[in-house]
Design a protein around this ligand. Sequence first.
Ligand SMILES: C[S@@+](CC[C@H](N)C(=O)[O-])C[C@H]1O[C@@H](n2cnc3c(N)ncnc32)[C@H](O)[C@@H]1O
Length: 192
Amino acid sequence: MAEASPMNYYTDGWPLIVDMCPCDVHFTDWLEDQKIRDSAIFHFGTGTHHHVGITCAENGSNNSVFGITASVQEIEAYTKLAIDKPKVSRKYKAIFGDIYLLDEKLLPEFEAVSLFHLCEFWGPESAAYGAMTDRQMLDLMTRKTKPGGRILFYMKSMAFERAEKIIAEWSKEMPVEKEGEFKTLLVYRKKG
Ligand SMILES: C[S@@+](CC[C@H](N)C(=O)[O-])C[C@H]1O[C@@H](n2cnc3c(N)ncnc32)[C@H](O)[C@@H]1O
């Protein structure tokens, strides 16, 4: 009997390298620029640095962040953070898991959803264990975005060429509209 495929996890940990990958810093800049406060924020790809969660917990915005990582090192860094800084973990929760296995029933609705790594990590092994596709995950997160809430993409993502095609189809079929661009980020708004 064939063995079940293991989870398609991220075998590294990603430090904050703003020159190479500024998306998380641009995201917190955008939240500040938009004066987003008291909001629920979903963040795909925490990094070992956990910049988005920590910044929101410490900058007085009262934003709450739900982050997901598929990296053992990154979730270990979060565990240490939660132990060392319980005040941060009150506003910032990170889970280990495959975003393509999220369970809709377990998610609240968010005012802002970052999907910077759309199309970067999905592989045939994901399909082998019944994971959602990029488009299915994008649709799920759109349902989990509050009307008037925003969904953000990263235009410098290594997979943006592929992501762009999915975003184009999605924007025709789902109740969303392009709001604009901010630094390296592409911002959509959910109608309603
Ligand atoms: C290149 S790192 C970028 C981290 C951070 N956003 C930054 O720019 O500094 C990619 C991130 O995506 C996460 N990731 C990769 N595949 C994933 C998956 N299937 N589900 C959830 N997170 C995943 C990794 O754990 C990692 O945090």
